[in-house]
Design a protein around this ligand. Structure first.
Ligand SMILES: *Cc1c(COP(=O)(O)O)cnc(C)c1O
Length: 374
């Protein structure tokens, strides 16, 4: 028995949905892409959704649609997967790291404010573990300085902020459908927005910057005609993948409910353990629990991780502060310090959480973790 920190849940309905597409006329962009986009946008309550090849591509096209380019600065968090910052570099802009709030582990609006310069163009807010960022405070700052907000919601499909679904709040919100995330398409991503103009730009950048929409063209030579208006990419997703996504969406509510159940159980079991800090929750919001992260204090974190791995519990650590990566260290971030981020990183352990983690498996994890942290 090996218990990973996260894994997909695939049933026969998912398998049949994919097989159906393989027998149809469309393999790449066909009716399943639009159907999947409609399902996600309706679920989060947004006007528009654009499906792309992965969550990183979603971040890249979101940055491009937002007009982020050379000379711009974009503020983000160091406690995230590298993609949240790399997408800024792809556009020729500069990532600026603001420290996190040590309670929520999300970007600290006060530190965002301190990092703003006249070059700041946008904020990329990451809902770490599925817990919403302090969006009211961020929105307030964004308004004051005329900044765009891009939410990296790779962890937060199904989460809500003060009653509003994540995906329907900021200028642009991106999702990932990698197998460890809430739903999977193998590889896949999506961007949601309520802004028609941003939507048009997302669609352009997804496919080479090419349009067949006559109202966007400078001339029209005939029915074969198309125009390349921007330098876009091939970030298209396939009907095969979207058929899986549609089938997975039907189970999303169940998936999120089970993740919440598992997280609540961990919280109950660990709340009185001396050397464990359980994750604190922002008032009025509902975490969708992509990850369950505890801090281990007064113990050697590495030894705890190694011991759990040796007992077939696939714990992990999310995340090494992005600016600590050699690539960032070698490209201008040697003097960057976010002390809260570094402190929590040194204590963090991600425990197994996924829809078909059984109660018995969770008991096993709880017992082993308690034994090491009493
Ligand atoms: C998974 C993830 C991404 C990237 O998504 P991919 O689909 O793997 O490209 C971006 N940001 C965060 C926070 C993630 O967890």
């Amino acid at each position: 028995m090996y218990i990973p920190y996260g894994r997909q849940y695939i049933d026969d309905d998912d398998i049949n949905a994919v097989v159906e597409v393989l027998k149809s006329d469309y393999l790449t962009t066909g009716p399943k892409v639009v159907e999947f986009e409609n399902m996600v946008k309706e679920y989060v309550g947004a006007k528009y959704a654009v499906a792309v090849s992965n969550g990183t591509a979603a971040l890249h096209v979101a940055c491009l649609a937002a007009g982020i380019g050379e000379g711009d600065e974009v503020i983000t968090t160091p406690i995230t997967f590298v993609a949240s910052a790399n997408c800024i570099l792809y556009c020729g802009a500069t990532p600026i790291f603001a420290d996190i709030n040590p309670n929520t582990y999300n970007i600290d609006p006060e530190d965002v404010r301190r990092k703003i310069t006249n070059k700041t163009k946008a904020i990329i807010a990451v809902h770490f573990t599925g817990q919403p960022c302090e969006l009211d405070e961020l929105r307030h700052i964004a308004k004051e300085y005329n900044l765009l907000i891009i939410e990296d919601a790779a962890h937060a499909l199904g989460a809500d902020y003060k009653g509003e679904m994540i995906g329907n709040i900021s200028d642009l919100t991106t999702f990932s459908f990698h197998p460890v995330k809430h739903i999977t398409t193998g590889e896949g991503g999506m961007i949601t927005t309520n802004d028609k103009e941003l939507y048009n730009r997302l669609v352009l950048y997804r496919s080479h910057g090419i349009t067949r929409n006559q109202s966007l063209m400078s001339s029209y030579d005939g029915p074969w005609y198309y125009e390349q208006l921007e330098l876009g990419f091939n970030y298209r997703v396939t009907d095969i993948q979207c058929a899986l996504g549609i089938s997975q969406m039907k189970k999303l509510e169940q998936f999120v409910a089970r993740r919440r159940e598992i997280a609540n159980r961990y919280n109950d079991e660990f709340s009185n353990i001396k050397n464990i800090i359980i994750p604190k929750q922002l008032d009025g919001c509902n975490n969708s629990w992509h990850l369950y992260v505890i801090q281990i204090i007064n113990e050697n974190r590495r030894e705890v991780v190694e011991s759990l791995l040796a007992q077939n519990i696939g714990v992990n650590v999310h995340y090494i502060p992005v600016y600590k990566q050699p690539y960032y260290q070698n490209n201008g971030y040697k003097n960057t310090v976010c002390s809260n981020a570094e402190e929590v990183y040194s204590n963090f352990i991600s425990l197994p959480i996924y829809p078909n983690l059984s109660d018995e498996e969770q008991n096993y994890v709880i017992n082993k973790v308690k034994k090491l942290c009493m």
